[in-house]
Design a protein around this ligand. Structure first.
Ligand code: KG4
Ligand code: ZN
Length: 332
């Protein structure tokens, strides 16, 4: 079985080829255009997807040394994501499947982030808990089978990736700021500044308050000393990252303790964060967890994760028809 998968939910155009459960290629074109606007501009994202999708798909086939006629199915991200961006991948996948006379597989973007753990070894054993952290989501998911997942906790406002990006913006760092906070944090003191942590019920999160607290903190310090940000950037980044990671881990520890599940995974763009990866390893040793951290290329948006999710759907005969449409607020 050879599957071509397409991802276009936000600002990465990606295509991957999978053969019998193994990834043969994974091509990712990142859209630099959004940087000068300080965030993703939906209409510009759609246009960039339109420009990139054909070369990206062609390169994925060339890299995999596979021809179109050998494909068994076309998979695509149906949602959640930006409607215009999703429409490009959805329409392209539908047209290609129709032209080749092969089935279509619709994939849920967040489920795919989790299933990226099944691309390589070691793979988590069921049931496992997955902390899914991206620019749009922050969830603790209980995964009982490849396609059987339950969200047991989630953010009630901003996603943690948004918290990284918005605090970075307040520090005048370019978009997306998450990776830059991570970079500066590596040489800073994480305990130099402290920020409030909101108490939320159950396994839920809230990140909007910390952004506001951070904004007032910066306002106060820069009024006192104009050079405050420049002179303390590493310590500020290390402290904000430390706070965000502590918030994430606190609920994950609670969930592990109360469910008795010690197979623990992370997924999504923020799982590339070195502070989160390191703290998770340390806590894992302390609590006897088996910790699963994806390879960097499978943390942020990519089509390889769409391909592996599609593979498990195909094994169950779960295909969709040509009437399928993009779902920006897709649930599972
Ligand atoms: O999963 P993803 O690529 O796209 C969405 O589905 O949202 O996640 C993107 C998010 C952005 O907020 C970005 O700043 C964040 O992941 N991110 C990071 C790091 N790398 C990516 N945040 C913190 N540290 C990183 N190293
Ligand atoms: Zn994503």
């Amino acid at each position: 079985m050879i599957i071509l998968a397409i991802e276009s939910s936000c600002d990465e155009t990606s295509a991957a080829v999978l053969k019998d459960g193994k990834i043969l290629s994974n091509v990712i074109a990142t859209q630099a255009i959004h940087q000068k606007y300080g965030g993703v501009v939906p209409e510009l994202a759609s246009r960039a997807h339109q420009q990139q999708i054909i070369p990206v798909v062609e390169k994925s086939l060339t890299d995999a040394q596979v021809t179109k006629s050998e494909l068994s199915a076309i998979a695509f991200t149906r949602g959640p994501g930006l409607l215009g961006a999703l429409l490009v991948g959805t329409s392209f996948a539908k047209a290609m499947a129709l032209g080749l006379g092969i089935p279509l597989i619709d994939v849920h973007h967040m489920q795919a982030h989790i299933l990226a753990h099944f691309i390589d070894d070691p793979q988590p054993k069921f049931p496992f808990l997955c902390l899914t952290v991206s620019g749009g989501h922050t969830q603790i998911v209980k995964v009982t089978d490849y396609l059987s997942m339950e969200i047991i906790g989630q953010t009630q406002d901003d996603a943690v990736g948004e918290a990284f990006d918005k605090t970075a913006k307040l520090l005048n760092l370019p978009y997306p700021g998450g990776p830059l906070i991570d970079k500066y944090a590596q040489v800073g003191d994480p305990l130099r500044f402290s920020f409030p942590q909101v108490e939320m019920p159950g396994y839920d999160y809230s990140f909007s308050g910390i952004k506001t607290a951070f904004m007032y903190f910066l306002k106060k310090e820069t009024t006192r000393d104009e050079a405050f940000i420049n002179e303390n950037l590493a310590d500020i980044c290390a402290s904000i990252q430390h706070t965000l990671v502590q918030i994430l881990l606190r609920k994950l520890k609670k969930a592990s303790k109360e469910t008795g599940i010690r197979e623990i995974a992370i997924a999504g763009g923020v799982s590339a964060n070195s502070g989160l990866r390191k703290t998770l390893q340390e806590e894992g040793q302390k609590y006897g967890w088996n910790v699963y951290i994806p390879r960097f290329e499978y943390c942020t948006d990519n089509a390889a994760m769409i391909a592996i999710a599609a593979y498990y759907k195909a094994l169950k005969g779960d295909f969709c028809g040509q009437a399928v449409s993009a779902l920006p607020r897709m649930t599972w």
